[in-house]
Ligand binder design. Sequence first.
Ligand code: URA
Length: 446
Amino acid sequence: MSIPDLIRKKRDGQALSDEDIRTFIQAVTSKTIQDCQTGSMLMAVWQKGMNDAETETLTRAMMSSGEVLSWPTEWAGLVLDKHSTGGVGDKVSLVLAPALAACGYKVPMISGRGLGHTGGTLDKLESIPGFNVNQSAAQIVDLLTSVGCCIVGQTETLVPADRVLYSLRDATSTVDSIPLITASIISKKGAESLSALVLDVKVGRSALFKDLESAKELAQSLVNVGNRLGIHTGAVLTCMDATIGRCVGNSLEVMEALEARKGHGPHDLLELVTTLGGVLLLINGSVSDLSEGRKQISNAVIGGTALSKFQAMMEAQGVANNVAGTLCSAHTDYYSVLGKCKYQVELATPADGVVLDVDGLTLAEVLQKLGVGRSKVGQPVNHCVGAELLVSLGQRVQRGSSWLRLHYEDPPPSPDQINRLENALTLGSHDETRHTHSSVKEMLLP
Ligand code: URA
């Protein structure tokens, strides 16, 4: 079948055969398809969906579009990973990957860039001068041998089909599709030849899926396809209404993750890191109960071994020793290394009260326009742009005190954007906070 025939078939609601799907992915990988045709197929899948068999075939075809990594036999049962469906202020991978390495596991994390309003781990890491996310398969093996973890991107040889589809989904409003998310995430994890995988499936206002029912459907699809590929896969559904931690924006999130590895919280980030890490060790059969798994991860973070692993990972992925050393030393001036935006402005609370809510989606959408994310394929991001939340949910504040520090350059925020940010804060008269943003809603274990 020709590509227009395949697009028509999906557009008209028919299931694609294995051969149809492989033909499409082959054309994407070999770049013999036009972007407008890929975009049309993505939209047809977004609208008509895919059944379980199609989703699995799409995942396998994407995984096999490049190299599938292989490991020394003595690493059997040790190669683990975590992936999130996308959040606001989600810097969990930056803490968990080195924590797992510090516990003796191997973590070949293939991550993504910002997608829609959600941030991407690769964009965050590239705010560190010299950090190179492009690593070959042989280099990944070296990194896991010498450090134990690495965080890399898809390349021309590593899941190249996801590299193309991922960037076009942003440009075609086809991000929030269960089969496309499943194939995107699990193809990368399949190419890592993992023993076990934990998925952080975000649910809430700032997640790709807002309601528990669709997030559960996504989690089930991810868990099914992951296990069918032979990876022990589980999912944790976590609330994503506000932000994870207090910082949103690439370099600000790197600073917050470094602070977490130095034992300075924030609490919700550490809670998420230890829960996801604990579940991963449980799924892998490395521990017999969740609390034991959580403890191992927490010891690595609080005890400083995760920080040493992160320092070693930075150096092994191209960061100069003095830069990595400065970032990992106590009481460092992060801005001297990571740079700082020309302008900062603080927003003041409009009244006395208790912080009931912060709308993470609004924050992320405004920040994306100010340069944190992309609106066009391949557009550069501004690593310094971001925001620091200066208050916590449930905190009592006084009128006129600062609640948000915005870091920006050009373009400056418009009056409408400032207005949107101001409206992202909800104050009440007493503490009616019903949820914390990292709270676990449900778990799906294999
Ligand atoms: N993360 C990915 O890698 N892909 C998606 O589609 C969503 C989140």
